[in-house]
Structure formats: C-alpha cells, structure tokens
Design a protein around this ligand. Structure first.
Ligand code: CAA
Length: 257
C-alpha cells in the first residue's frame, strides 16, 4: 500500500499521507515516499503549488515511536542521522507548500506542518509537541519553529507540558494561517492552492525567499533583499503581462517566465 497518495489536480500536486491505521505516524518508508513525491512535484513544470494533507483523523501523530524505540543509544541515533538525514525535504521546496490539517498534528506531525509555507486547519485539528511525555523532546524543529511562530511562552508551555491545543488557539498564536469548518477543509485548501498555483511561479518563489529571509536576517538587510527581488520581477515576462492585463481589464496569462 502506498504510504503517500499523489494526485495532480490542475496545477496542484495533492500529496496525502496514507498510513491511517497508525494515524499517519511518520516512519522511514513514509518519509522516503513523501520525499520522492515532493521531488516529482518540484520537477514537474505543470505544477505550481503542493498541498500536503492527511485524513480526517490525523495529519500525522508524530514520528513512529515503534521505529524510534528500536534505536539503542546516542551513537546509533547519530550514525543513523535521524531527522537530519531526510526529514526536511519540504523546507527545500521552491514551490509553495501548504499543509491542510485535520485531526492530530502531533510531535513530528506538527513539525512537518510547520515546515510547510503555511497551515490551513479544520476546526477539528489538534496540535502538540508531546515528546516530553515519552521521555524525549522535539527533534524536527518543533522547539524552534513553535518559538518563532508563537513566542517563548507558548513554545515553552507546549513543549514542557506536552498538552494539545485546538485549531482556534493555534490560529491565535500564529501556528495556523486560517481555520475553516472541518467539512470544508479539503475544498478550501485545494481552492487556496489552485489560486496560488495560478499566479506566476517565479514570483511565488521570490515571495517565499523573501518571507523566509525575515527569519534569518535583521530588518534593513531583509528589506534590502526584498527590494532587490521586487526589482527582479521587472525582468519577468509575467510582470509585464500582469500589469498589462490589469490595465486591459482582463485576466493575466502567465507563462511562468
Ligand atoms: N508512532 C507509532 N504509532 C502510533 C503513533 C506514533 N507516533 N501514534 C499513534 N500510533 C498508533 C498507535 O500505536 C495505534 O496502533 P495500534 O492500533 O497498532 O495499537 C494506532 O496508531 C491508533 O492510535 P491509538 O490507539 O493510540 O489512538 P487513540 O485515539 O487512543 O489516541 C493519540 C490517539 C492521542 C494520538 C495517541 O495515539 C498518541 O498519543 N500517539 C502518540 C503521539 C506522540 O507522542 N507523538 C510524538 C512522537 S515523538 C516525535 O514525533 C519526535 C520528533 O519530534 C521527531
């Protein structure tokens, strides 16, 4: 059985984590399939955005605890290069990646969602960093991305207590971009991804680079970087087409060039 179901819908690559009996717990095989699907979507010139989702019960309930329990000690986990080896492929995607979360996004599942460009959540979504409950700690960026999105107080409370937060709280504290009724999540997420994919891909890539730079640079360097990218859009046929189409009161026909 495929652990990641991939389907192209127009210019959107829809990737669905598919290990339902284990609440989409992230094991090595699933991560391998996810990375292969991301590689394919990135290489496909007909794809303009990637939508990553799970099922109604779980986006993903974390790293596979059964798989991790077999690792004997520090030397072995370092040798395996757990997480670093291949978990962060999604952060290297140059196309926009949206996470649509229903049900549980726990531990590595919450971390995977936060690696995406933004998260849309159903009202039934639950987020947590519960690793402390099983004697470990976030290992796929949870303490760092939670702190950057939600601030120190929330990150500390969530990672130290291991409690779950619901979708509304996750939206209030900046983990989630938008909450929608659970039954509408898939439709809204697909429409959002399709809208993004209809824009100029090179511009979308520049916007990703620019927003991500905000987390790596001080303000004046970030603004300077943004200014140069903004100027760079004037080298694109899509920029000329977009402005011309607006003035001619018609929809732009982007060539992604
Ligand atoms: N790893 C492996 N298997 C998991 C799993 C995980 N993270 N989460 C759930 N499962 C499995 C359960 O073992 C169970 O399998 P079996 O039917 O074969 O026993 C199946 O999924 C269904 O789960 P439950 O019966 O437990 O369902 P529930 O509704 O009673 O509880 C839950 C749901 C609260 C999410 C509970 O499953 C749970 O607490 N899961 C673990 C969550 C967790 O600790 N995640 C963090 C993992 S560590 C990590 O992610 C490290 C990192 O930062 C990279």
């Amino acid at each position: 059985m495929a652990l990641v179901l991939a389907e192209n819908i127009g210019r959107v690559a829809l990737l669905r984590l598919n290990r339902p009996k284990k609440l989409n717990a992230l094991n090595a095989a699933l991560i391998g399939e996810l990375n292969a699907a991301l590689d394919k979507a990135e290489a496909d010139e007909k794809i303009g955005a990637i939508l990553l989702t799970g099922n109604e019960r779980a986006f993903a309930a974390g790293a596979d605890i059964g798989e991790m329990e077999k690792i004997k000690n520090y030397a072995e986990v370092c040798e395996e290069n757990l997480i670093t080896r291949d978990w962060e492929r999604v952060t290297q995607c140059r196309k926009p990646v949206i996470a649509a979360v229903s049900g549980y996004a726990l531990g590595g599942g919450c971390e995977l969602a936060m690696m995406c460009d933004f998260v849309l959540a159903g009202t039934d979504a639950m987020f947590s960093q519960p690793e402390i409950i099983i004697g470990t700690m976030p290992g796929a960026g949870g303490s760092q991305r939670f702190a950057r999105a939600a601030g120190k107080a929330k990150a500390m409370e969530m990672c130290l207590s291991g409690r779950m937060m619901d979708a509304k709280e996750a939206e209030r504290c900046g983990i989630v971009a938008r909450v929608v009724p659970a039954g509408s999540l898939q439709r809204v997420a697909l429409e959002t991804a399709q809208k993004i994919a209809s824009h100029s891909l090179p511009v979308a890539r520049m916007i990703k680079e620019s927003v991500n730079a905000a987390f790596e640079t001080h303000l004046s360097a970030g603004v300077q970087f943004e200014r140069r990218l903004f100027h760079s859009t004037f080298a694109l046929a899509d920029r000329a087409e977009g402005m011309r189409a607006f003035l001619q009161k018609r929809k732009p026909k982007f060539k992604h060039k």
